[in-house]
Design a protein around this ligand. Structure first.
Ligand SMILES: Cc1ncc(COP(=O)(O)O)c(C=O)c1O
Length: 410
């Protein structure tokens, strides 16, 4: 028998597939902000990827009624028939797209839909083109699935959009997917029909490349921008597009429901992945999401207006600061401003601001405003602000950032 002291646990040997995946910088910033709050500081956190609105009452009631009806059991693996019917209705109403139930997959969030798609289709060495700045989960999911994210830097002067020439140059025989996200997290950048067209024309010439369109911010668009989705624009590509969406953002329902629509063979392969991970998404969340997608939609416009006012408050506030330059995004609830003009300046504590990370650390330490450096999204020197918080908090944050920038010595 081993003595207790001999029975020492071997150190954890983690799998190679997660070796290249770091802990999210956003979580790190959130943890630092939480620690400051605990110490009694009034920290303004502008890092959340989630609307500050509450889930609509009609949606909450639908969840309650579903539980009373006994809808508390497992459902069909990739979405109940009623959930898929509601999603079909949504696609017809909002996008002019007609999908069969067998072309729809429902998962525990849009993130899981993307995970299922890449796990179901990528073999080691397969490439996925990811325009940057990007939602970092894309690259990490691709890596976990054994694929290779091919990051293509998109210029601020082109509204952070991928150009046809960049796409053309990035495609190799190993390319399996192009990943697009409009409106974008982190930039708020959008693709109009005219922006999509040249990219779709490139894809038409490369039949081995599929397109994953992440439309999760579809309903959060401003001014005259008209949301469009690639599957509706190019019927010839329909057999190789996965359109991903969900209820977390528009309906303030981070109750873990996302969905994808695409070719049946892909949907079936994705179901295999889901069957051996989470199985069906929550029955109660599905019942609530049916109400969100098919019930009254009028609050979407009200919330959009509220977000637009906050976007303008932040963009105008940032542009009034010497050294910061912020474009006015047409969608999502983020600004992605350049802090190039701040670099090289000295803090009152005598530290030189050399990177966007230094700038964000300065803002957090000295002004107690938490924002995320562009480097966390693959683009420097920028910083992302999420304006999904109250106007009062945003005004206070702008005043603190302005004062902190004023205190820097050129
Ligand atoms: C671009 C983008 N896609 C997908 C998601 C995931 O959404 P869900 O909550 O449905 O998993 C997010 C959430 O932050 C996002 O920003």
């Amino acid at each position: 028998m081993l003595a207790r002291s001999d029975n020492v646990a071997a150190p954890l040997r983690s799998a190679a597939r997660i070796a290249a995946i770091g802990v999210s910088e956003i979580l790190d910033i959130g943890a630092r902000a939480a620690a400051m709050r605990k110490d009694g500081h009034h920290v303004i956190v502008l890092a959340a990827g989630e609307p500050d609105f509450d889930t609509p009452d009609t949606v909450k009631e639908a969840a309650w009624k579903a539980m009373q009806r006994g809808e508390t059991k497992y459902t069909a693996l990739d979405g109940s028939p009623a959930m898929k019917e509601a999603i079909r209705e949504k696609f017809r109403r909002d996008n002019g797209l007609d999908f069969a139930g067998s072309e729809i997959s429902v998962a525990s969030g849009a993130k899981q839909v993307i995970y299922n798609a890449f796990m179901a289709t990528l073999d080691p060495g397969d490439e996925v083109i990811v325009p940057t700045p990007y939602w970092t989960s894309y690259a990490d999911i691709i890596r976990i699935a054994g694929g290779v994210p091919v990051l293509v830097a998109c210029d601020a002067t082109n509204g952070f959009r991928l150009t046809a020439q960049q796409l053309h140059q990035a495609i190799t025989p190993a390319t399996r997917w192009l990943m697009l996200n409009s409106p974008s997290n982190p930039t708020g950048a959008t693709y109009s029909e005219a922006d999509y067209r040249p990219l779709l024309d490139v894809l038409l010439k490369h039949p081995h490349v599929w397109l994953l369109a992440d439309d999760i911010y579809e309903h959060i668009v401003y001014d005259d921008f008209r949301f469009v989705t690639p599957a509706a624009l190019e019927p010839a590509l329909r057999d190789r597009i996965l359109t991903v969406n969900g209820v977390s953002k528009a309906y303030a329902m981070s109750w873990r429901i996302g969905y994808g629509a695409g070719p049946m063979a892909l949907i079936k392969a994705m179901a295999v992945v889901q069957s051996q991970s989470t199985s069906n998404p929550s029955s109660v969340s599905q019942a609530a999401a049916i109400e969100a997608l098919t019930g009254p939609q009028d609050y979407l416009a009200e919330r959009r207006d509220s977000f637009r006012i906050r976007r303008d408050l932040v963009v105008d506030g940032l542009n009034a600061i010497d050294g910061i330059d912020c474009s006015r995004p047409e969608g999502a609830f983020y600004t992605f401003a350049s802090c190039a003009g701040i670099l090289g300046r000295m803090t009152p504590q005598g530290r030189k601001i050399e990177t966007d990370r230094d700038f964000c650390a300065y803002l957090l330490e000295e002004t107690k405003v938490a924002v995320v450096p562009g480097s966390a999204f693959g683009a420097s020197p920028f910083f992302r602000i999420s304006y999904a918080t109250t106007q009062d908090e945003l005004r206070e944050a702008m005043a603190r950032i302005a004062a902190a920038c004023d205190a820097l010595v050129a």
